[in-house]
Design a protein around this ligand. Sequence first.
Ligand SMILES: Cc1ncc(COP(=O)(O)O)c(C=O)c1O
Length: 395
Amino acid sequence: MKQDFPLFTHNPDLVYLDYANTAPKPQSVISAVCEYYTHYSGNVHRANHDIGSRADHAYEMARMRIAEYLGAERNEIVFQKNTTEAINLVAQSFVAKLIEPGDKILLTGLEHHANLVSWQLLAARTGAELVFSQVDEDGCFDEQHWLKLLISGVRFAAFTAVSNVTGERFPIEQMLAAARGLGVPTLIDAAQLMPHERIDFDKLGADFLVFSGHKVYGPTGVGILIGRYELLNQMDPWIGGGDMIDTVHLSSSTFQEPPLRFEAGTPPIASVIGLGAAIDYLDGHLTETQHAHESCMMQGVLNALNQIEGTRFLGDPTSDARLASFVIEGVHSADLGAYLNEKNVAVRVGKMCAHPLLEQCGIDSAVRASIGLCTDQTDIDKFADALTKAVKRLR
Ligand SMILES: Cc1ncc(COP(=O)(O)O)c(C=O)c1O
């Protein structure tokens, strides 16, 4: 598969284990972006010439393709900048209207800052209270505690589908069923789920789901909010400007229907078209065979780490995970990351945009290895070798 990705042609010795951060791009995605810029780089929804019509068509076809892949309607797909922006849109335009001071918003103790700080800002604005399900002693999600909080009365629940720190996949199907049973609207942060698992939005039963294009082998600059249409239609715009309006007067305006109501100004046209191509690529490659291959590669990562004495994992990653965060006794994570980088092994080092979780684990900084479509046995062998050498050198 690496032959599809120019990153690996240009960096033949690279061992890329940072997919959870951002994924490499296949040639088909790069070509789709390039084709837009070289053949039909018009603006969308506002040009009365052929070039603009071609851009319009490609942009809206990408929306159709993404909707079809995700089991959603075309008008339920809203283009935003990334996962972060999509969460903020839901917070400011949907949840803000529901909240009375003192109402509770349920989160988990494992959220990425995107699904935490957005709610803190909303809480400061509305007087909402944020409540968090606890993380158990192994660093895992405590479903029972989450259910207890849900039952105790919350106005909204937002949770990640897969932790970007521990790699744990949450039982989102059961969580959504419980929330639906109580009439609590939900948002799923699927940033780490989408690169590895295909979902059907309609069957899943979430109210909102968000993810980033760049983590699913697409371009940076575009993220997706999928929302149930009747809810999107109740939402006021958050950002005002061109393209999202219906009529404009000096003192007031009326707005387009969703999704355009939430896409003010010139959108990231090339990135949206590239994301359409990325979804085509993902659709062709997220097979059962690929799933088994990724589990095997993940087991390889875990075996390599388990061979090192003094490895401590955050959470309890298994071969079902697609990432593992860890610390190694006697070796500083930053030194380990720097050594691995010298050996052409790219991993993530730091707090993984989850400061409270690391603090709870009593860890200052960790290393994260994450795998994806192109990870192969050579990557795992080189990672294991570099890791052993690093520990010998640094301890
Ligand atoms: C679980 C999760 N949520 C949200 C984000 C934020 O994504 P973005 O920076 O693309 O908005 C990330 C990024 O790593 C993530 O892993």
